[in-house]
Design a protein around this ligand. Structure first.
Ligand SMILES: Cc1ncc(COP(=O)(O)O)c(C=O)c1O
Length: 495
């Protein structure tokens, strides 16, 4: 808890708060809100009592009461009956909602209470950590304002912090081997635009992250699917054969808690696949977006440690918040230089304040992660046991990290899939559950017998979602011909 502020110190902090442009209580509340938001009034600081502040400021008690009430209502003061009110930031529920009429228009920004969202495999922000990071960023920003604000490599301090993290994790890295990007997605797009000419082939795991398929086809390249032959992971022999047969410009792999399967690539397979790609002259992207979500500290060495030309991409989206849009690419200094040259046709650099916040998080707040992992692991276990209870014929592997379960739906007697995940998706939407159909994770309509279920929401919501899916499944099985009468699944936004 932060030390209490005396009436006099608080009044000094407020400065010239009374402008006479609005009622006094509102002007007072506005200034206190600003002090909290820009970090000059630290979170959890006890404020002077209403009586003390009224006396110090020479205003009526009603003015202070009105200001405190407004701040409390907006979520900037903790309620505290009989105790001193403390500064805080609003929880989601308390946030004023200027975009309220468009709620369902941007589900990734604001999930309505009555919707269970299984389409995003992402977590809400750790509000306090993100707030702390922005507070630190705002205090460092003035030093950078005399500059022009552009750099296609990114903020040197953040690149240094990312490089130091790789080095500490056993992959020696210098800052000229790192560029900052708008999330891992931009890093992937930049790598494709730099190293894969349109018309060339790109190998991807099958299933894989939907927006990776999107990026490959948008570049005019052809995705070459690499199947997972067994629960133990990847098949290096099949990978080598694919490289020899298709001569792909690129291969894109997610070795750590693969999206959507949750599989973790064993060290021997990493070594062999990295070396095979290097020998074939295929540029290998290792997407490490989910690497830090490792419940049992089981992730082997970075794939990039087995070949210097691997392009390792990652971000703070899954550990801290997608809204930061802070990601990175790490490779040889020459690869990174070429990617920064490509970048200038797309944008001229990342937002400076976000990069400062990102630097703070990389340096100070990854320590807060274990608590999030405990919670996430509990949610994984809760989802797994709900599935066993309510949908016992669904099969899945329980991953040691990441964000989702990849479920195999029950098959019919002739080996055909009895349950279509596309059909389930439509019926689930009618029950307030957004979920991405299996074929979004592959090419050529594959995986209609699969469904990805993220365990990123509180247990009560997970349960609502599972019960709705159970209900949808019952309707599908009880209504012959229903599947063929349903429209195409909704094109839900996913992550
Ligand atoms: C495997 C994988 N790669 C990349 C991304 C993109 O993340 P971002 O651009 O937010 O870093 C995601 C997000 O879901 C993902 O799951």
């Amino acid at each position: 808890m932060t030390q209490a502020t005396s009436g006099t110190a608080f009044s000094r902090l407020l400065g010239q708060w009374r402008l006479g442009a609005a009622p006094a209580y509102r002007e007072l509340a506005d200034v206190v809100r600003l002090l909290i938001l820009d970090g000059r009034l630290p979170l959890d600081t006890p404020l002077p009592s209403e009586r003390t502040l009224a006396l110090t400021l020479g205003v009526s008690r009603t003015t202070v009461t009105g200001a405190y009430n407004e701040l409390r209502q907006d979520g900037f003061l903790s309620a505290g009956q009989g105790t001193r009110a403390r500064s805080c930031i609003p929880s989601r529920a308390g946030v004023p909602d200027p975009l309220a009429p468009r709620q369902d228009y941007a589900p990734g920004l604001r999930v309505p209470e009555d919707v269970v969202d299984f389409a995003y495999a992402a977590l809400p922000a750790n509000g306090e950590a993100v707030h702390r990071a922005y507070t630190a960023a705002l205090s460092e920003l003035p030093a950078l304002l005399p500059g022009f604000g552009y750099d296609s490599y990114g903020l040197p301090e953040l690149r240094e912090a990312i490089a130091a993290r790789f080095t500490a994790e056993g992959l020696p890295t210098t800052m000229d081997q790192v560029m900052v990007t708008a999330g891992a997605q931009q890093a992937m797009v930049l790598a494709l635009a730099t190293f894969a000419q349109p018309g060339r082939k790109v190998v991807l795991e099958h299933p894989s992250y939907p927006h990776a398929f999107d990026a490959v086809t948008a570049r005019g390249c052809t995705p070459v699917p690499l199947a997972f032959p067994r629960a133990g992971g990847w098949d290096p022999e099949a990978f080598e054969a694919t490289l020899a047969r298709h001569r792909p410009a690129m291969a894109y792999l997610i070795p750590d808690f693969q999206n959507p399967t949750g599989l973790l690539m064993p060290e021997g397979q990493r070594r062999r696949m990295a070396r095979a790609a290097a020998a074939a002259g295929t540029v290998l992207i290792a997407d490490e977006t989910l690497r830090a979500l490792d419940f049992d500290a089981a992730a082997p060495a970075h794939l990039g440690s087995f070949s210097p030309s691997v392009i390792t991409i990652g971000s703070l989206s899954k550990t801290h918040w997608g809204g930061l849009r802070i990601g990175w690419a790490r490779s040889s200094a020459d690869n990174i230089r070429r990617m920064t040259q490509t970048r200038t046709s797309l944008d001229l650099g990342g937002p400076v304040a976000e990069q400062l916040a990102g630097r703070y998080i990389v340096q100070h707040d990854l320590a807060g992660l274990p608590e999030r992992l405990v919670e996430l692991k509990e949610q994984r276990d809760a989802l797994a046991s709900m599935l066993r209870q309510h949908l016992p014929e669904w099969h899945f592997h329980t991953p040691g990290g990441g964000l989702s379960l990849w479920c195999t739906l029950p098959r019919g007697s002739e080996g055909t899939s009895a349950l279509s995940s596309s059909a389930l998706t439509i019926l689930a939407a009618q029950r307030g559950v957004r979920v991405a159909a299996g074929p979004r994770f592959g090419v050529g309509g594959a995986f209609d017998g699969h469904l990805r279920l993220p365990f990123t929401q509180p247990v009560d919501r997970l349960e609502r979602g599972i019960l709705a899916l159970k209900d949808a499944q019952a309707q599908l099985l009880a209504t012959p011909g229903l599947r063929s009468r349903l429209p195409a699944p909704p094109a839900v936004a996913i992550a």
